[in-house]
Design a protein around this ligand. Structure first.
Ligand SMILES: [Zn+2]
Length: 602
């Protein structure tokens, strides 16, 4: 019997991509933007607090409408990219949005100047709801250029520094990788070959590693040209925009301070022994004298091949969330009941998984590719944690404090955006461990969790150290050729892995396929993942310590959206993220998993 298709229902937003109501929504939106320009362009600096409040409310009305049409066109496209109607709509909405963004670009600049010139306005009682939004804008103002310079920068970047990123992506996607897949020669695309890191056969994983990094390394000088230009460009940008360090822009975007991140990186560097303990343990489980880099994501041998059909996964996740608190599962249940989840893999559908907010509907949509494996259940629990977070802040915040606003600079700091999702994974882990019937099962669950956590806490920190060392090298006047960049990559990798892991010679080129390193004006993508993971692990420690008392505080923290800073959000649940030793609390949770695994293995 064919399995039923689990596809989301987008008709709550619009009946179909070709329905006349879609065009009407686009027209209405354009009129709203024109009205906004007529009313406010050039006038924001002289607005009183009361008038400013009116301006914000009008903008929020507009943003909510924009969110709905953008969400509808984007999700229609992601579910099936091959349909001409969805392609057409996506193109139309993207162009409209780009036009409207340009029309409204004055808002951020003018409002920034207003709060910079009149800092007291931030404290006006009537604007209390927007205080943190304004504070964040104020932090950006000193780094803004004039309107003409900003426009010129965007124009020159588009076909200048941004071209490297395109080139890297094109290179990866047009090459063929020769891999021995279970002893048979295969010609694979980059995505296919890279996916073999999860393959149970070690020789296959090794062959994929040699093939990918061998081929990439041959063009190492080309990629180092790209990287050298992007990193040097960023140092120029930092000077022009008066950033104190190459990291400062990312600190502002993440609403965090340098000292907290220094503490974070230092704590991880001081506890690499913990990570190496797991690496040695995993080697033992796999019957190897030592783990290799290509064993990081390998499934453990004889893992129970339990299949989770979709209904079983749904029941498990609802159960896991309800065990924490009955009411906490309301979003998960609503997401299933409303068919807001698209789970069946299909031709033309996007890879991977994400949760997408829908403000006007006070809901979200989840895309994933469900194949009945344990890892898929985790992914679904993760995305449903994002949706739960969304449900809380959508019900408490206006759209400017809500985080995922398109067309403004007020973005959800990533460091806090994983609070619900990683917490959901931990709830699932607790449930699965309590239900597991054998040590073999428990081993598979804990390894799945630790493999993921090791990437986000330790392996990604190695990327942050690498990135920092390249800026330092440029500042010292070093020339970053291929071998030099590889040397810094290996140094950072060794600092984290010590002698607990062996790497193939080819793997010195492992920095080449990381797309984030080539994204201009978006630096240090890495440490926010570590912050997010360890923050949530610390939250979980709090929960284990306080039990049910923790629940209402956690809900309040999730409801805050980005109306307050991550530091303040920590305070709601009694955590001081600025403390020098704070991050050790999160590592305790990681250590608990390692200890449990040690007990099973010994
Ligand atoms: Zn996530």
């Amino acid at each position: 019997m064919a399995k039923r298709e689990i596809a989301w229902d987008l008709s709550e937003m619009f009946p179909s991509t070709t329905d006349p109501s879609v065009q009407k929504a686009i027209d209405d939106l354009t009129k709203m933007a024109e009205n906004f320009v007529a009313r406010y362009k050039g006038k924001i600096k002289s607005l009183s607090a009361k008038e400013l409040l009116k301006c914000f409310r009008y903008l929020e009305e507009y943003l909510a409408k924009l969110d709905s049409i953008a969400t509808f066109s984007y999700l229609s496209f992601m579910a099936n990219m091959t349909l001409p109607d969805t392609q057409l709509l996506r193109d139309k909405v993207n162009k409209t949005k780009a036009e409207l963004d340009k029309m409204l670009a004055f808002f951020n600049i003018e409002i920034g100047n207003l709060v910079y010139g009149n800092p007291n306005i931030v404290d006006e009682q009537i604007l209390l709801n927007y205080r943190h939004f304004l504070e964040r804008l104020r932090r950006e103002v000193p780094h803004q250029l004039s309107e003409a310079e900003e426009k010129l920068t965007i124009e020159k970047d588009q076909f200048g520094i941004r071209a490297w990123e395109e080139l890297q992506g094109k290179w990866l996607n047009t090459r063929v990788f020769e891999v021995e897949l279970e002893g048979k020669k295969k010609a694979l695309s980059f995505t296919e070959a890279f996916g073999l890191y999860f393959h149970p056969d070690r020789a296959t994983r090794e062959s994929a590693t040699k093939s990918i990094y061998g081929l990439l390394g041959k063009d190492g000088e080309i990629f180092s040209s790209a990287l050298r230009n992007i990193f040097n460009d960023w140092l120029n940008v930092c000077e022009r925009r008066k950033y104190g360090s190459p990291m400062e822009a990312s600190l502002i975007a993440n609403d965090v301070d340098q000292e907290t991140i220094n503490n974070l990186l230092k704590t991880v560097r001081n506890h690499t022994d913990l990570y190496q303990r797991y690496m040695k343990l995993k080697a033992k489980i796999m019957g190897l004298p030592k783990l290799a880099g290509h064993d990081f994501r390998a499934p453990i041998p004889d893992a129970p091949s339990a299949k989770f059909d979709y209904d079983k996964a749904r029941d498990l996740i609802i159960h896991a969330y309800s065990r924490f608190d009955e009411d906490y599962a309301f979003a998960v249940k609503d997401m299933f009941a409303k068919n807001h989840i698209d789970s069946t893999p299909r031709l033309g559908k996007a890879h991977g998984a994400f949760s997408w907010d829908w403000y006007e509907g006070k809901s979200a949509f989840i895309l994933n590719n469900f194949n009945e494996a344990l890892l898929n259940v985790y992914t679904l629990a993760h995305e449903l944690g994002h949706a739960t977070h969304t449900y809380y802040y959508e019900r408490s915040q206006t759209i400017l404090n809500y985080g995922t606003v398109q067309g403004t600079d007020c973005r959800f700091p990533m460091i806090i955006g994983e609070a619900g999702s990683i917490f959901g994974e931990l709830l699932l882990t607790d449930l699965l461990l309590s239900q597991s019937k054998s040590n073999q099962e428990r081993k598979a669950i804990i390894c799945t969790v630790l493999d993921g956590a090791s990437v986000f806490i330790f392996q990604i920190t190695s990327g942050a150290l690498f990135e920092r060392s390249l800026y330092d090298a440029i500042k010292r006047g070093e020339f970053l050729d291929y071998k030099t960049i590889c040397r810094y990559w290996v140094e950072a990798r060794t600092e984290i892995n010590g002698d607990a892991v062996d790497f193939l010679g080819e793997a010195e080129a492992a920095w080449i396929p990381v797309p984030h390193f080539y994204m201009p004006n978006y630096r240090f993508y890495n440490y926010p993942y570590t912050y997010a993971q360890l923050f949530v692990y610390a939250l979980y420690e709090k929960y284990l310590e306080e039990g049910k008392e923790f629940v209402p505080k956690f809900k309040r923290a999730l409801s805050a959206g980005c109306s307050i800073s991550p530091v303040e959000i920590g305070k709601i649940v009694g955590l001081d993220v600025t403390g020098a030793h704070f991050w050790e609390l999160g590592l305790k949770q990681y250590e608990r998993f390692v200890e449990e695994l040690e007990k099973i293995v010994s």
